[in-house]
Write a new protein. Structure first.
Lengths: 275, 166
């Protein structure tokens, strides 16, 4: 090539070749890469001889809009990790809620809340939740345990972002319940109150009623609060009342574990009516 | 042309990786040394054409078309204009000249590659400097080989005709 005489002016030759080079430069890579592929495919057998080298690691140019500075990247990464953690938490809560709902006979929506702290003392048995009126909660609503399997109490106080649950074992707590035994068609409906310790009492049940240890105790359906019975516990002891011999002294053992209450579900029958 | 093609295939092939050093895959740029060789040995029009053709060859063996052709074309044309000033008879002169030209060509090529592809090689400064140092180091050997090859194919460059290589 080079030993042939080129009979054009230097300026014209240089300009022409430079224009060609610039044309290659500005032509999109999607078109020009065909030349590279053509060369590589034509000489592939020769090019493959020997050990492959280290691949050239290309990274996006720092000047492009798709790239941010390291400091900003770190900030974005932290935000991303936090958002991802929140997402995982929401997914976990959704799964728990779905699991709880699947085992419930009730049709109303459930609100899942975390137990912030609990106060179990001689003065009361209460737990505090991280959900309040903003989540549709209101006083009197029935609260279930984390598995959604039994009633643990009801909401006694509520604010916009928090609520207090009075457990069924709280001596100030009262709830309409039904005592039912498997195989029996009828049931006994009475009010149940907490004994202030680790159980509940059902007073004023006549000894005419057949109540035995092991009978199940359900929270009775209540308009706007619960549309089907939900189990609370079982009869742990039944004996004649010492003061009123014609009545039973019935002790109920709740089925939930107070110590392991981390999450609870609140039955919100009519969320639109909630304040 | 065959000579340039051979060099292109050589530099693009896996065999050439045997010369690579460090994790940055630093290799001597023999096409650049060839470009400088022709730029200082040939008549100016031939030198200009050869520079662009070698740049085209470097592009076709590389990742994108354009950057090497422009860089080599510009620097080769400049070298052809300075061939009476730049006398690369001594080994140190050859090494220094190739190092500087490789540095400038490498920087210009990477800049043009960045403009075209919006991509850049990792540790670009180290790669460019490493390539330039390596090219400068092997320049005297490559120069001798190119000289021998030029004579073997029956081509006697203008400069070669003009003065003896001492």
């Amino acid at each position: 090539m080079a030993h042939r005489q080129i009979n054009v002016s230097q300026g014209k030759l240089f300009t022409t070749l430079l224009i060609i080079a610039v044309a290659f430069q500005v032509t999109p890579h999607d078109y020009t890469k065909r030349l590279n592929f053509f060369f590589r495919s034509m000489f592939a057998p020769i090019l493959k001889i020997g050990m492959p080298g280290l691949p050239k690691i290309l990274r996006p140019a720092a000047s492009t809009g798709d790239v941010v500075k390291r400091k900003e990247y770190d900030e974005l990464l932290k935000e991303y990790q936090n958002t991802r953690a929140q997402l995982l938490e929401l997914q976990k809560r959704y799964e728990e809620l779905a699991q709880m709902r699947a085992g419930l006979p009730i049709a109303g929506p459930l609100v899942l809340a975390s137990v912030v702290t609990s106060a179990i003392s001689d003065f009361g048995h209460e737990v505090y939740l991280n959900a309040g009126t903003a989540a549709g909660l209101r006083v009197g609503q029935i609260v279930l345990d984390g598995g959604g399997t039994c009633v643990i109490g009801s909401i006694s106080e509520v604010s916009e972002a928090g609520a207090t649950v009075q457990l069924v074992t709280d001596s100030r707590h009262a709830m309409k319940v039904a005592i039912w035994r498997k195989g029996r068609e009828d049931y006994v409906e009475r009010r149940m109150v907490g004994d202030g310790k680790d159980g509940c009492k059902i007073p004023l049940v006549s000894r005419e009623y057949d109540v035995r240890v092991g009978d199940a105790v359900f929270a009775a359906p209540q308009q706007g609060l619960l549309d089907s019975p939900m189990v609370i516990g079982e009869v742990a002891a039944v004996k004649p009342d010492e003061k009123e011999p014609l009545l039973w002294d019935i002790t109920i053992r709740p089925l939930f574990d107070r110590e392991s209450l981390n999450r609870v579900g609140i039955v919100v029958m009519n969320p639109r009516a909630a304040p | 042309m065959v000579f340039i093609l051979v060099l292109t295939v050589l530099t693009a092939g896996n065999l050439y990786n045997a010369l690579a050093v460090s994790r940055l895959d630093v290799k001597p740029d023999v096409l650049l040394i060839a470009m400088v060789f022709f730029a200082v040995q040939c008549a100016t029009p031939e030198a200009i054409a050869t520079s662009f053709i070698i740049g085209f060859a470097a592009d076709i063996a590389g990742a994108a078309m354009g950057p090497h052709m422009i860089a080599f074309g510009l620097l080769g044309s400049l070298m052809s204009q300075l061939q009476r000033v730049v006398l690369m008879k001594r080994i140190t002169h050859q090494m220094a000249a190739i190092f500087v030209i490789a540095l400038v060509a490498g920087a210009l090529t990477q800049l043009l590659f960045l403009l075209k592809m919006d991509l850049t090689v990792q540790h670009v400064l180290k790669v460019v400097l490493g390539n330039a140092l390596y090219s400068g180091a092997v320049a005297p050997v490559a120069w001798l080989v190119f000289n021998a090859a030029a004579i073997w194919v029956g081509y006697y460059p203008q400069r070669y005709r003009r003065m003896s290589y001492r």
